[in-house]
Design a protein around this ligand. Structure first.
Ligand code: PRT
Ligand code: ZN
Length: 287
């Protein structure tokens, strides 16, 4: 009997391609990448990788052609397929926003009443309009949405925004956010036990990689007289490791700190007499 493999669908090329590959590689999964390929097999993990257009991924996962997939939330909620969202992946961040001409006076969603809105996201936009009790005309177009107001095709647009420079360059301003989106891992709603087990292994690795990305390993030298104060500043996984230095009266302290509190803690450590502070990235973090 052939052994079970988990089939994952990722974007073939485009904004999610590099980060999706990197995530799998950071999880220790090796395979040849997807330029001019439809699928490949991992060398060291029971996984097959399919390279597809992002718009098709929810359908393939609903149909169990792929067991899992990596795709933007914007695509999932627009396509409304029967898939389960497992994990936010922290890349491909953007928002689906409504934008109008820079010089328009926008005073709330009522502005959009009876206006023409160009978008590639008709489902999400009509959901937004319904929620706001606004009746407007949605023009579904397949690309270059941002030029629609300039050529008289629409009064407003709803499109994905990340830096905002596309809107700016087209004389538009962002006035409403319909959805915040990032890449997520999705799965078919009913995976068999074998595939489920592989997925659990993958999720465990993904979470270890994420934890590590937000955490740094810190080493410093502390005068023994201030050890207590310095240790109290370091949360660590359990408690910091303290080792005596060759020089009497000094210790080496090792711990982990969260990225968010990092600069704050460094300042306090310095004022408490810590010296030779080294901060190094952590590759994986198993809790
Ligand atoms: O060929 P395929 O169908 O697979 O790819 P695609 O062309 O449909 O998608 P792609 O690669 O452009 O985007 C894939 C996913 O990346 C999207 O579904 C989003 O989840 C995510 N993402 C993140 C973005 C953006 N940021 C983004 N800025 N997708 C598109 N954009 C576009 C936006 O449509 C607009 O044209 O970038 C422009 C705006 O960018 P800023 O930086 O000027 O604001
Ligand atoms: Zn697409």
């Amino acid at each position: 009997m052939p052994s079970t493999k988990l089939k994952i669908a990722i974007q073939k090329s485009g904004r999610l391609y590099d980060d999706s590959l990197k995530l799998l590689k950071d999880c220790g999964i090796d395979f040849k990448d997807g330029i001019n390929k439809l699928k490949t097999e991992a060398d060291n993990f029971p996984m097959e990788v399919f390279f597809l257009r992002d718009d098709d991924i929810p359908q393939y996962v609903e149909d169990a052609v792929a067991d899992i997939g990596i795709v933007g939330e914007n695509v999932i909620y627009e396509k409304n397929k029967k898939v389960t969202v497992m994990e936010k992946l922290g890349f491909g961040k953007c928002r689906l926003s409504v934008a109008v001409g820079r010089n328009e006076r926008y005073d709330g969603p009522a502005y959009l009443s009876n206006k023409r809105i160009a978008t590639t996201y008709p489902v999400l936009v009509s959901g937004f309009l319904q929620k706001k009790n606004i009746i407007a005309e949605i023009h579904e177009i397949s690309g270059s949405v941002e030029i629609a107001p300039g050529i008289g095709l629409a009064d407003a647009i709803a499109d994905l925004v990340s830096s905002g420079s596309t809107l700016f360059m087209n004389g538009l301003k962002e006035v409403e956010t319909i959805l915040h989106s990032e890449a997520v891992l999705i799965r078919h709603p009913n995976l068999d036990a074998g595939r489920h087990e592989i997925l659990e292994k993958l999720l465990f690795r993904i979470r270890s990689v994420h934890k590590a990305r937000h955490t740094k390993y810190i080493l410093l030298n502390a005068p023994n007289a201030n050890l207590k104060e310095i240790i109290s500043l370091l949360p660590g996984m359990k408690s910091p490791t303290v080792l005596p230095l060759a020089e009497p009266g000094w210790s080496s302290v090792h711990s982990v700190v969260n990225e968010n509190e990092f600069w704050d803690i460094i300042e306090k450590l310095k004022s408490a007499g810590a010296q030779g502070i080294l901060v190094v990235p952590i590759e994986k973090m198993i809790l």
